[in-house]
Design a protein around this ligand. Structure first.
Ligand SMILES: CC(C)(COP(=O)(O)OP(=O)(O)OC[C@H]1O[C@@H](n2cnc3c(N)ncnc32)[C@H](O)[C@@H]1OP(=O)(O)O)[C@@H](O)C(=O)NCCC(=O)NCCS
Length: 190
């Protein structure tokens, strides 16, 4: 029965595709005694995003200015959230919504703010947004050797799906593609 219900929902979706709504009002977030501001990113945040990337990836910027600009232009199906403490960017996350799937494109938390629950909070915010937009699954890619990130994703219910060989070409590193099926309130797959 659950399988038939799932198939009917998917069938219904393709014939009555709801518009994607990526509205995200800014708000203050109290976490571990800190007051952080969470908001939707715009072009104005790109220089801060690049600085944070350098801090996280030992001076490198895997996503350059043009990648961020291009992603932020896709207003209809792509969203970035940024988290500030005062005027300092401390974390960001990106997601693209396509064909009932929320794909996490990028996430980083400033090293001195890691292990405080910010990454988990941001991923949950994206999962919630994907759910509201009728996504049935979440996916992402992570370096096979990034145990820290894999552990966070697993804690949120992401499971290993398959390996993309040599995904990070310049470093000859494989990516693990991970997937999390989303369920409705009754626990059935949407
Ligand atoms: C991966 C990353 C985004 C996680 O962000 P984060 O904010 O550190 O994640 P969280 O704080 O939610 O969770 C990290 C760990 O801290 C723990 N934690 C959460 N709140 C905590 C708290 N208040 N006190 C102590 N530990 C806490 C979590 O349980 C989790 O433990 P686990 O690794 O055993 O699962 C961050 O480490 C990062 O930016 N890494 C570099 C960039 C990167 O690898 N990006 C991912 C590319 S795919």
């Amino acid at each position: 029965m659950a399988l038939i219900a799932t198939m009917l929902k998917k069938f219904n979706y393709f014939f009555h595709q709801p518009e994607i709504d990526l509205t995200f009002p800014s708000y203050a977030l109290r976490l571990n005694g800190q007051t952080l501001q969470i908001m939707k990113a715009s072009d104005e945040n790109i220089s801060d995003l690049l600085i944070l990337e350098e801090q996280v990836y030992s001076g490198k910027t895997p996503w350059n200015k043009f990648s961020f600009e291009s992603e932020l232009k896709k207003h209809s199906n792509s969203i970035y959230l940024v988290v500030y403490e005062s005027s300092t960017l401390v974390a960001f996350v990106g997601m693209r919504l396509q064909a009932q799937e929320g794909h996490i494109t990028n996430i980083a938390v400033k090293p001195s703010y890691q292990h405080q629950g910010i990454g988990t909070y941001l991923l949950n915010a994206m999962i919630e947004l994907a759910r509201k937009n009728h996504a049935v699954q979440m996916t992402l890619e992570v370096r096979v050797d990034n145990d820290n990130a894999k552990s966070v994703y697993q804690g949120l219910g992401f499971k290993p799906n398959f390996v993309r060989k040599n995904y990070y070409v310049s470093e000859h590193v494989d990516a693990l593609s991970m997937i999390k099926k989303l369920t409705d309130r009754e626990g059935e797959e949407c």
